[in-house]
Design a protein around this ligand. Sequence first.
Ligand SMILES: Nc1ncnc2c1ncn2[C@@H]1O[C@H](COP(=O)(O)OP(=O)(O)O)[C@@H](O)[C@H]1O
Ligand SMILES: [Mg+2]
Length: 411
Amino acid sequence: MSTVDNSVMYDATQASTRASGAAGASGAVASQRVAAQPTAAMRSLTVLPRVQIAGDQAHIVTPRKPRYERVKQLGEGAFGEVELAVDNDIERTVAIKRIKANVLDEDSVLRFVSEVQSVGRLEHPGIVPIHDVGCDDQGYFFVMKYVEGETLESIIAKLRAGDVSYRSRYSMEARAALMLSLCRAVQFAHTRGYVHRDIKPANIMVGAFGEVVLMDWGLAKRISDTGAPTEMYNRTPLGQDAFGTMLGYAIGTPAYMSPEQARGEHDRADGRSDIYSLSAVFFELLTLRHYLPPKSSVHALLEAVKTEEPMGPLAMHHQHQVSPELAWLVSRGLAKDPAQRYQSLGELIARIEAALNGDAPVQCPCTGLKRANGQWSDFIDHHPNLAVTAAVFGLYFVIAGIASTLWFAVR
Ligand SMILES: Nc1ncnc2c1ncn2[C@@H]1O[C@H](COP(=O)(O)OP(=O)(O)O)[C@@H](O)[C@H]1O
Ligand SMILES: [Mg+2]
């Protein structure tokens, strides 16, 4: 599995300038390359006494060890790199995120601070918890729970490759249940006034106990504040990649961002923009392909996000064997107009729950039949004697009807 998320930032207003190799110069406020570099002296050491046993005697020993010791890299994205480390005080493994050296400037430090404080305020089982912050000779870092698992990007890749164990572990129902957990985490953030703005398979992890965790809150924005822009940082363009996070004219990841994000309407981005991204992820998890056909450039993809209608629910059902109720609910989440999507995550969650319980609204003959079937099953559960009597009578009338038709036909 590749954990490297080819990271880029992109500013549509500057794409052509950069494409020609010229340095991007725009009207945007140039970010100051002020790298807040701490010194090696700030490197933290263990604080708890270390105990050494000699014979039957326990001794406190010095010197102290570095508090965190790197084990290996876990992954990287547009702005950060994440490594596995050992916390020598608590004696456990942790994940440490740092700003990548090549994007270290004042903007990235501000974004980093924003990520730390947003995640710190969002304590929820579906949001990775932060344990500590620090600073060493490589710069600022924060320490979070190590999620021993894999990204949804890797899970989708294995399902797409036809991995038998993944196909049996991730049935369509299991995929819907996974999305339900994810939606609950995002709903919690929305109720606390945050939108994530970069929901994509590479930022979602499934842990060893099946827990679904949303990471990477670097682009999270407060939605409760109205009026003044809530970005804490300038929008410094760096590059372009459809599946990498970008920051510029459009903020987010082109392949998963909402049409309003693709249009650069940052003030219009709200909880419904996250609902669009969640639906794009849901589409991909169910069909194992992106919700839009491949495009030749990031610019073409951004145009398609704004204007091109994705595959409809009936095609999803017929071509990818997605159940009609899930296909309908994903399609609504992908409406170009935010007013046509679910207006809150509560609505989307209720629809996923209804689909899992066989209680989805009737939207086509297939959903109608399945709903009738579900209601008949409920009736059998609640009134078994009546149901059996009704079935016997029904059968009797069907047999009597066929018999009398045949009798009249042969006379
Ligand atoms: N707490 C964690 N435990 C395990 N792996 C992690 C953790 N956080 C991030 N990763 C890995 O690192 C990758 C990049 O992390 P992310 O926070 O998305 O960085 P960026 O902001 O640069 O995109 C993730 O896709 C994931 O593979
Ligand atoms: Mg990321």
